[in-house]
Design a protein around this ligand. Structure first.
Ligand SMILES: C[S@@+](CC[C@H](N)C(=O)[O-])C[C@H]1O[C@@H](n2cnc3c(N)ncnc32)[C@H](O)[C@@H]1O
Length: 334
């Protein structure tokens, strides 16, 4: 059931529409209980982004070790004119996982008379505020917001913003947070939401030397550690948890076989804890696996995109090959 509120006065006044697809929010408890019952214990990264987690993530993006954001922004600056030519006038830009809607400004500034911007995020409050800021700053643009889970496919059926090409903007190497099969399903969902001639502009972090990778996820100021531990605070606060966060250490490791950085919370000593009345225990040295960040080579990314029916028509990198942006279009059906 979607709540579509075109022209709704008051809170959404600045938005062309606010489409609430009611992504299930009640799964936090079920997912945490299930994740703590696994060996090794695991938590889903989608739960990092409560208001505190989103604010800490914004801090991470400014860290000297976190090359990802500034490198991607630099590439976007450089390729703006090319993107404008590729997109053509009147583009409709959709951003799944739009968060603070910061990078999108580079793209909107580069495009020629974009017609519309649609932010899509699972976190409704953050989404609405960010989209309203875009609407205020880009008065000629139609701005809409969809509160939905992008892993469930992109339902753009209510998008009455028929204009130029649809461009799905998926920056930040969020694709790397998914296991290979999940990444394929996600991209297949994007492809299904597009028509011939539409496109995806996607950021993908590159495989590189281990020290640079590990430092990006284990910074000297401990901001990423705070981000990781916020998940435990959230469980304690929202799910009646009794986990002792002071007995957990943040750890980032490079898993070469799977080409990914893994974030863990490792128990400094054994502890028993409860979540919503269920008891769990952590042995000394046992880890809770909280996030994967897969890294790509040009070949591994192309193979992923092609496996779900996209052609990679353009790829751009920085001079040090730290990060890449790719332009994908649905492959013509044989
Ligand atoms: C790291 S932020 C990225 C923000 C922005 N795209 C950028 O790169 O600057 C990730 C955002 O994705 C959202 N998100 C994570 N998983 C999601 C999901 N399954 N469906 C919808 N949004 C999701 C989070 O709420 C968060 O706002």
């Amino acid at each position: 059931m979607h709540d579509r509120m075109p022209g709704r006065p008051s809170a959404h006044a600045a938005l062309a529409f606010y489409d609430d697809q009611h992504p299930p929010a009640g799964d936090f408890l079920a997912d945490v209980l299930e994740g703590f019952s696994r060996t090794p214990k695991q938590l889903a990264p989608v739960y990092f982004y409560d208001a505190t987690g989103s604010a800490i993530f914004d801090e991470i993006t400014d860290l000297p070790e976190y090359y990802v954001t500034r490198t991607e922004l630099d590439i976007l600056d450089r390729i703006g004119p090319e993107l404008s030519g590729l997109a053509g006038p009147g583009a409709v830009v959709i951003e799944p996982g739009s968060g603070s809607s910061v990078k999108i400004r580079k793209l909107l500034d580069a495009l020629s008379e974009p017609a519309a911007y649609v932010g899509l995020d699972i976190s409704g409050t953050h989404l609405e505020a960010a989209c309203q800021e875009i609407a205020a700053d880009y008065p000629a643009l139609q701005v809409g917001a969809i509160c939905a889970d992008f892993t469930q496919g992109l339902d753009l059926s209510q998008l009455q913003l028929e204009s130029g090409r649809r461009i799905i903007f998926f920056p930040g190497s969020t694709i790397g947070n998914f296991e290979p099969e999940g990444a394929r399903q996600l991209l297949a969902g994007f492809r299904d939401a597009l028509r011939p001639g539409d496109a995806v502009l996607i950021g993908a972090d590159r495989v590189k030397n281990t020290d640079t990778l590990v430092a990006a996820y284990d910074d000297a100021q401990g901001v990423t550690a705070r981000f990781n531990l916020n998940l435990v605070d959230r469980i304690n606060r929202e799910l009646d948890g009794t986990i002792d966060p002071s007995g957990l250490s943040h750890k980032a490791i490079w898993n070469a076989e799977k080409a990914r950085i893994e974030m863990h919370l490792v128990a400094d000593h054994a502890q028993r804890f409860h979540v919503a009345g269920r008891e769990f225990e952590l042995r000394e040295g046992e880890s809770i696996h909280t996030e994967n960040s897969h890294k790509f080579t040009p070949e591994s990314f192309t193979s992923l995109a092609e496996s779900v029916g996209f052609d990679v028509l353009h790829s751009w990198s920085d001079a040090a090959d730290l990060f890449s942006l790719h332009w994908l279009e649905p492959a013509a059906k044989a």
